[in-house]
Write a protein that binds this ligand. Structure first.
Ligand code: NAP
Ligand code: ZN
Length: 351
């Protein structure tokens, strides 16, 4: 084991602050990565505040699953990476490798998958620690290659916000000629707009923030609807093939289900802590469906990164030092970020 610098939360009410954690020395299949940038996902905030009853937080909690860095050491059996390579890690660091889901590279559905943080750590017997740290050690099967043309600070958020939007857009067949709604212009939502636009769909962005209209058009939205305006919403009734809901807080989902056409689908990727109320007739009329989607598998994550390399897509980021992370959380709660915070991990050296 060796000591790594990190930021952790010690309780659901404490801010995150500087600490030292123990990491494993790389085993033969491991890649050790110096973390250069780590995105701030709203999930980090839900998790450190213990807001998800289905995934109770174990403290101390080191969040961070949008990790981009440089390889500093490789185990003897590592073939895909060498020291000095750019490398990335998302929300998963291990899975059983033998179940049906793993065999299909759908590791996100493996019953024994290990999340990047707040998951039982098979190696140490403790809990996994995420990317708010100067380094991380990960099995090579869960380390991604990063196209060299992408800006590293903007590429980090692709590892969660990117794949979480890319995967359901593909699964539900979004392409040219489809009318697609994206709800919420935050970290996930703004990637959803970029991908849906790149796939050729007619993209409508729903926002509670009228001030984001211009940005939404710049990011690729064909239309922008301020969701608090009932008249604007009514104009789109029964017209969408697909809606991706990326909202982090409680909201009326029926208002969006009613905008789907016959057999349309609304997929939830946002994970508010409270259950959402669904009126039966929002689904019954129109044979509509409501589903959810978690991140994506490793092969699809690599496909997404390669797609971003080809189309020069990254997240729009505000780069901050780690010392500003608690302030960033306060701003995230006010929907005040354009559109993802990316932590410059060099700032951790001074701690
Ligand atoms: P974010 O950057 O904070 O964006 C959330 C957006 O939701 C805000 O920008 C805002 O958009 C909208 N919003 C916030 N409060 C609202 C309210 N009370 N009513 C209506 N709209 C509201 O968060 P994020 O990082 O994109 O994450 C979004 C959600 O996805 C979180 O719950 C997160 O945990 C979850 N998540 C899920 C997965 C998965 O695998 N499914 C992966 C990552 C994250 P406007 O200002 O445009 O209204
Ligand atoms: Zn995330």
């Amino acid at each position: 084991m060796y000591n790594a610098k990190a930021y952790s939360a010690t309780s659901e009410t404490s801010p995150v602050s500087s600490t030292i954690i123990a990491r494993r020395d790389p085993t033969p299949n491991d890649v050790q990565i110096e973390v250069l940038f780590c995105g701030i996902c709203h999930s980090d905030l839900h998790q450190i505040r213990n807001e998800w009853s289905a995934m109770p937080t174990v403290y101390p909690c080191v969040p961070g699953h949008e990790i981009l860095g440089r390889v500093t050491k490789t185990g003897s059996a590592v073939t895909r990476f060498k020291t000095g390579d750019l490398a990335a890690v998302g929300c998963l660091v291990d899975s059983c490798g033998v179940c049906g889901e793993c065999k299909l590279s759908l590791e996100q559905f493996c019953q024994n998958a290990t999340l990047t943080y707040n998951s039982p750590d098979k190696h140490t017997g403790g809990v996994t620690y995420g990317g708010y740290s100067d380094s991380i050690v990960v099995d090579q099967r869960f380390v991604l290659k990063v196209p060299s043309n992408l800006d590293p600070a903007g590429a980090a958020p692709l590892l969660c916000a990117g794949i979480t939007t890319y995967s359901p857009l593909h699964h539900w067949g979004v392409t040219t000629g489809k009318k697609v709604g994206i709800v919420g212009l935050g970290g996930l939502g703004h990637m959803g707009v970029k991908f849906a636009h790149a796939l050729g769909a007619h993209v409508v962005l729903f926002t509670t923030s009228p001030g984001k209209k211009e940005d939404a058009h710049r990011l690729g939205a064909d239309e922008v609807v301020v969701s608090r305006n009932a008249n604007e919403m009514a104009k789109h009734a029964g017209s969408f093939d697909f809606i991706l809901d990326a909202v982090s807080a409680d909201h009326d989902i029926n208002a969006y289900l009613n905008l789907l056409r016959r057999d349309g689908n609304l997929t939830l990727i946002g994970a508010p802590s409270k259950p959402l109320g669904v009126a039966a007739f929002s689904l019954v009329f129109g044979r509509r469906s409501l589903s959810g989607s978690p991140i994506g598998g490793i092969a699809e994550t690599q496909e997404m990164l390669d797609f971003c390399g080809q189309h020069n897509i990254t997240a729009d980021v505000e780069v901050i030092p780690i010392q500003k992370v608690n302030e960033a959380y306060d701003r995230l709660l006010k929907s005040d970020v354009k559109y993802r915070f990316s932590i410059d991990m060099a700032s951790l050296k001074s701690e």
